[in-house]
Design a protein around this ligand. Sequence first.
Ligand code: AMP
Length: 413
Amino acid sequence: MPEITFEDLRLIEPLQKALTGLGYATPTPIQAQAIPPLLEGRDLLGCAQTGTGKTAAFALPLLQRLYAQRPPLAPRAARVLVLTPTRELAHQVADSFRSYGRHLGLRLAVVYGGVGQTPQVRACARGVDVLVATPGRLLDLMNQGCVRLDRLAALVLDEADRMLDMGFLPDIRRVLAAVPAQRQTLLFSATMPQGIARLADSLLTNPAKVKVTPEATPVERIAQKVLFVAQGDKRALLGEVLKDDSARRVLVFTRTKHGANRVAKQLAQMQVRADAIHGDKSQNARQAALENFRSGGTRVLVATDLAARGIDVEGVTHVINYDLPMDPESYVHRIGRTGRAGAAGVAISFCDSTERTCLRAIERLIRQSVPVDQDHPYPQAGVPQPAPARVAPLARHRTSRPARHGRRSRAAA
Ligand code: AMP
């Protein structure tokens, strides 16, 4: 089948020029599917994870439509609104709009909480073509009369499942009450649980539907494995796993902020360049941690699920679930941070005896069992032996077990 080009998608020249500048040669599948109906002004329901090119899939056609019809901007009004669950994602989406729209001369603002609102109020004062916002701060600004949505032409809900998980549904409903009934609406979600399907039904009119990964199924190129280990041995096991030089850029997930800090500190003690990112850190500290990780300054970023939402870092070689998530869908989100853009990715989960139920829930959701790797220095006893040779062992591990842990394992047996 001949490959579709951006020209085939009838994108205008200034957008194509920007894409060429960014080195995008061909549209990704979601772009090929979503751009034509969006250019026609249709609503869209997109089932896609970050990493599929979904931002360009909605930003490009929306920019083109904004550019085609340019009414004078009304003070404080926005023409396109993109709602995102986190400030990091808001930044990334805004950056994408800026770079794709760099030859269009449109106005853009981004608003999110945790920082002073004055610059954001100022950025919206004369009206904007594109407003990227997290729901809470947007509502604050609307309530103060600093932002109006009564002239909105298009609304995008990005990572809608995350927004619902984070309890933003009431805020979203308040925002919806302030937007015109006549508008183009787009909803993107990595998973389609019932809550999202209901929201989509209530919001979208005859939407085009695009889906680029099967629902809640991790991309196949991610090699998953689970390592059964006692809680007290997880720290040492992480040290072992990180002896693998191919683990160049590693995202470690913990369940709590405290856990993230503790693991980052322990890694630093092991001379591993590591940082933690979570909701208690200031916006500046989070940005700095992210930048360091992106640039390779830190090798390991330890994150909680909330903080990791919307993080888009290329070249993550390994995702390590230091703790398994309570919510099985988070597993899919977590491991989807690796194996991007055709690269191979590895997802390693540590599972102690209290986490077996979480593992079973994950396996039910992804409809496959996660291969067990018992060939590591801290196997937890009492775990059914895996079938032989189900997965390759860790690239490097000690052949003789340290006495302390060996004793513990045997004692537990
Ligand atoms: P997203 O899923 O929107 O977070 O995009 C994931 C990454 O893919 C981003 O770093 C984009 O810059 C990049 N990207 C998006 N579309 C293309 C494309 N057509 N060709 C190459 N890279 C792309």
